[in-house]
Design a protein around this ligand. Structure first.
Ligand SMILES: Nc1ncnc2c1ncn2[C@@H]1O[C@H](COP(=O)(O)OP(=O)(O)OP(=O)(O)O)[C@@H](O)[C@H]1O
Ligand SMILES: [Mg+2]
Length: 264
């Protein structure tokens, strides 16, 4: 499989103070169609890394490339945030077709695509509703449908289910896995939850306490398609355990030793 995203020695500091790097020496290659998860202590630079990949701001050093395999007019990436970043004044369907509308995809085609993606996230019946009429989980489903309907090369997700209750979160993981199973889109997914990273990811990158560097990369050998029942399998439990041991060391270094990350 060719590399879809290639990062070489990527680092970042904010402001003008070079001595205060928040992210350092990130070398990483993400394969086409890979589901890559990133975990690490709070403040270690996970969101910073995603924002660099999203082109929201530039890295301070190093370089990265996202290779293009689709049409030139489709975007390189789409981002799904933890906060419900959908437009409150647009209906659910109008939110989902926002990207294609901006790209001037013809009306019929973009409506069809919008309904197709609403179907994938189980929200066809809510096409004409407004965001305020939806639950948190439903809003995040709209955000996922909106991101995918714009046909990005890469999907970037920053704790997309972090604000949801545990039960809704599990349902959302299933929804996402189902869609990913069909689309096999390259995904970079940041989470605080080890269990979420392991049930979703092909590989999980653990970042060190700030400044974030890659501490370890784990391969998850659970078969696909993934089922939530795999959480009970010995493979799942043992990968989670070793990640947990490594993560705790980093959390302690980050000065948050008294705080235990969720997901366990
Ligand atoms: N726009 C900004 N300007 C200045 N400093 C920033 C900015 N964004 C983030 N930082 C700093 O960079 C560091 C890394 O932040 P980042 O948000 O990437 O961490 P994170 O790993 O996503 O944390 P969390 O798990 O809490 O979301 C932190 O020290 C943060 O204060
Ligand atoms: Mg963050």
């Amino acid at each position: 499989m060719p590399a879809k995203i290639e990062l070489k020695n990527v680092g970042k500091y904010y402001g003008s103070e070079q001595s205060s790097y928040v992210l350092e020496e990130v070398d990483l290659s993400v394969k086409e169609g890979e589901f890559l998860c990133i975990i690490g202590p709070s403040g270690c630079g996970k969101s910073t890394l995603l924002r660099i990949l999203a082109g929201i701001f530039p890295q301070s050093c190093g370089e990265y490339e996202i290779s293009r395999s689709g049409k030139k007019e489709t975007p390189l990436n789409a981002m799904v945030f933890q906060e419900y970043a959908i437009f409150p004044w647009r209906t659910v369907l109008d939110n989902v077709i926002f990207g294609p509308e901006m790209r001037r995809v013809p009306g019929r085609e973009r409506l069809d695509r919008g309904m197709e993606y609403l179907g994938k996230v189980g929200l066809k019946a809510y096409a004409d509703s407004y965001p305020y009429q939806l639950s948190g989980g439903m809003k995040q489903r709209v955000a996922i449908a909106r991101a995918l309907a714009n046909e990005p090369e890469v999907l970037l997700m920053d704790e997309p289910f972090g604000a949801l209750d545990a039960q809704t979160r599990t349902v959302m993981q299933e929804v996402l896995l189902n869609i990913w199973n069909h689309e096999r889109k390259t995904v970079v997914y940041v989470t605080h939850s080890i269990e979420e990273a392991v049930i979703l990811g092909d590989r999980v990158v653990l970042l060190t306490a700030a400044p974030g560097r890659i501490k370890k990369i784990y391969r998850v050998n659970l078969p696909r398609p993934r089922e939530m029942t795999m959480r009970k399998s010995p493979e799942f439990v043992s990968v989670c355990q070793s990640m947990w041991d490594d993560l705790v060391k980093e959390v302690k270094k980050s000065g948050l030793g008294g705080l235990v990350p969720d997901g366990r």
